[in-house]
Write a protein that binds this ligand. Structure first.
Ligand SMILES: [Ca+2]
Ligand SMILES: [Ca+2]
Length: 476
C-alpha cells in the first residue's frame, strides 16, 4: 500500500513540472503558492518584435516571451472590449455571457458567476486591480471604476494622467468619429509617470512591494495602445513617419468579401496613405510606451525576488487591423482583429518556446486555476493550457472560435491551424474561407471554390459545434 502510494506520488511529480503548486495534500502549507501578475493591454495586436515584426520596438514584451511560452495562434472570443473581457474573466463564451456590446454588465445574465480574480480572492489571495481589466470606455471613463465587478477585488485603483486632462489637445484624423473609435493621437511633453499607464505601472509595483509576502492576484490593465494614441514624444521619435510600413493590399481584394465582414467603410475611412502612416506611427509609439511600462513590472518582479513564485500572463482583449483590407481597429473577423498576443511565464516551466496550437482567451481561466491548484467549482468553457506550457507542440486538436455582431446579425468564425472559416448570419449573409498555409494575408476567399467543398463542409460542422447556442440567434 505504502509502496503504491510512493509510486503514484513519483508518477504525479514526473508528469508535472509545476509540482510546486499542483494538487493538494498534507504538505500544502510547505509549498510556495504562486502569485499571478495578470497584465492586460488594451487593443494590442501582434505587431511586436517577439511575433516577428521587425519595425515595432517591444524589447520588454520580447524579454517576457523568453521567460515563458508565446502563443502564436491565440484568439479572442469577440473582438470588442467588454464582450472579450467578460468572456475571459468569467470563463464563458459570449453566447453564454450574452455580452455583445459595451453597456450591459455580465452579472445581469450571470449573477452568481465566480470570476477569475474572484476565484483567487475566495481562496485567500489578495486580489487587486489597477486600471482597465473589466470594460471601461476609453478615454471617457479613465479615472473611474468603469464597468467594474467589485466582487472580484480586495482593492482597486483608477489612476488618471495628463493624457486624460489634456484631451482637448488630441489630434483627430477622423473628426466624424468619437475619440474612443477614431484615428487620433498626441505626442506629449513630460514623463511616462505623468501618463495614466505610467501611473498604473507605479501603483502596481507599490502593491507588489507591499504584498510580496502573501499570495496575490494582481491585475494590471493598461489603457493604451487603445485610441487616442497618446504617449510621450520620445516614443514617437523612434518611428520616422515616412518609414512606417503600411500593410500589403491588393487590387479588388474586397470583391470576394461579404459586405457584413467590413467594419471600416469606406476603406480606411477615406484617409490617404500619409494620414494612415501618421495614425500607425502613433499606434506603434504607444505600443512601445506600454512595452516600457511592462518592463517596469518585470523588473519589479525580479527586484522583489518574486520571480520564483510569480506566474506572469500578458494578453490583449483582441487584435487590431491597421489597414488590412482597408480595415482599422477591431470588430471584424479577419485574422488581425481576431488574433491576440498571449504570453504565459510559469516559474520553473518551459521557457523561450512558441506554441502554434490554436488557443483562446477563454482558456486562461482554467489554466491559472489549475496552475494554482484552485477548484473553480463551476463549468468553464475553455481548456487548461498546461499541456502546452509543458510541451508547446503537444497534441491539441481544439480550434479557436471568434464571433462578432454586425447590426442585427452575427458573424461566427472558426480557426484551425491551417484555415479560417467564417459565416455571416449562418451563411445567409456570406461565408469566407482562407487558407493560411498559402494565404496568410487572407486575400483569396475560397468559400465558393469547388476544390474546397469538403473543407468548407468540415469546417461548417466544426463551426456549429463551437456555437451550440447560435441556432436560436441566427437571423434575428
Ligand atoms: Ca479593447
Ligand atoms: Ca479578397
Amino acid at each position: 500500500m505504502m509502496k503504491k502510494y510512493v509510486l503514484l506520488a513519483l508518477a504525479a511529480f514526473s508528469l508535472t513540472p509545476f509540482a510546486a503548486s499542483a494538487g493538494s495534500g498534507n504538505d500544502d502549507k510547505a509549498r510556495p503558492k504562486y502569485n499571478v501578475l495578470f497584465i492586460a493591454v488594451d487593443d494590442l495586436n501582434n505587431d511586436l518584435g517577439t511575433y516577428g515584426n521587425t519595425f515595432v520596438k517591444s524589447p520588454n514584451i520580447d524579454r517576457l516571451a523568453k521567460r515563458g511560452i508565446r502563443f502564436d495562434r491565440a484568439y479572442t472570443q469577440f473582438p470588442l472590449c467588454s464582450p472579450s473581457r467578460s468572456s475571459l474573466l468569467t470563463g464563458q463564451r459570449p453566447d453564454v455571457t450574452k455580452i455583445y456590446e459595451l453597456q450591459t454588465h455580465f452579472r445581469k445574465n450571470l449573477p452568481d458567476i465566480v470570476t477569475l480574480p474572484q476565484l483567487f480572492k475566495n481562496n485567500n489571495y489578495y486580489s487587486a486591480r489597477v486600471g482597465k481589466i473589466y470594460h471601461y470606455g476609453v478615454p471617457g471613463q479613465i479615472g473611474t471604476d468603469g464597468l467594474d465587478d467589485p466582487d472580484s477585488w480586495n482593492y482597486r485603483v483608477n489612476p488618471k494622467g495628463r493624457d486624460k486632462t489634456e484631451e482637448p489637445l488630441i489630434k483627430n484624423l477622423t473628426p466624424d468619429r468619437g475619440l474612443g473609435s477614431a484615428l487620433a493621437w498626441r505626442a506629449t511633453e513630460g514623463t511616462d509617470e505623468e501618463q495614466t499607464d505610467g501611473m498604473i505601472a507605479s501603483e502596481a509595483i507599490k502593491i507588489m512591494t507591499e504584498k510580496k509576502n502573501e499570495p496575490f492576484f494582481l491585475a494590471v490593465g493598461f489603457f493604451r495602445p487603445h485610441t487616442p494614441y497618446v504617449a510621450p514624444q520620445k516614443y514617437f521619435d523612434m518611428y520616422p513617419v515616412d518609414q512606417v510600413p503600411l500593410p500589403k493590399e491588393i487590387p479588388n481584394d474586397l470583391d470576394d468579401v461579404p459586405e457584413a465582414a467590413l467594419f471600416t467603410k469606406p476603406p480606411h475611412w477615406g484617409l490617404d496613405e500619409a494620414k494612415r502612416r501618421e495614425a500607425l506611427r502613433a499606434y506603434y509609439a504607444t505600443i512601445t510606451f506600454i512595452d516600457a511600462q511592462v518592463g517596469k513590472l518585470i523588473d519589479a518582479v525580479d527586484k522583489l525576488k518574486l520571480a520564483d513564485n510569480t506566474i506572469i500572463v500578458l494578453w490583449s482583449d483582441h487584435g487590431y487591423n491597421v489597414g488590412q483590407h482597408g480595415q482599422w481597429m477591431k470588430q471584424s473577423l479577419f485574422e488581425n482583429s481576431a488574433r491576440v498576443p498571449l504570453i504565459i511565464s510559469v516559474p520553473g516551466g518551459t521557457k523561450g518556446k512558441a506554441s502554434g496550437r490554436t488557443v483562446e482567451l477563454v482558456d486562461i481561466y482554467p489554466t491559472l486555476a489549475e496552475l494554482c491548484g484552485l477548484d473553480p467549482k463551476q463549468n468553464l468553457q475553455g481548456k487548461s493550457l498546461t499541456p502546452l506550457l509543458k510541451n508547446p507542440s503537444a497534441v491539441w486538436n481544439k480550434p479557436a472560435y471568434t464571433q462578432v455582431r454586425r447590426g442585427q446579425i452575427f458573424g461566427r468564425s472558426v480557426r484551425t491551424e491551417r484555415f479560417r472559416y467564417t459565416e455571416w448570419d449562418g451563411g445567409k449573409a456570406g461565408a469566407e474561407l482562407y487558407d493560411h498555409q498559402k494565404d496568410p494575408g487572407e486575400f483569396t476567399n475560397l468559400a465558393k471554390d469547388k476544390n474546397f467543398v469538403i473543407t468548407v463542409n468540415e469546417l461548417a460542422v466544426l463551426l456549429k459545434k463551437g456555437y451550440p447556442e447560435a441556432a436560436e440567434q441566427t437571423g434575428k
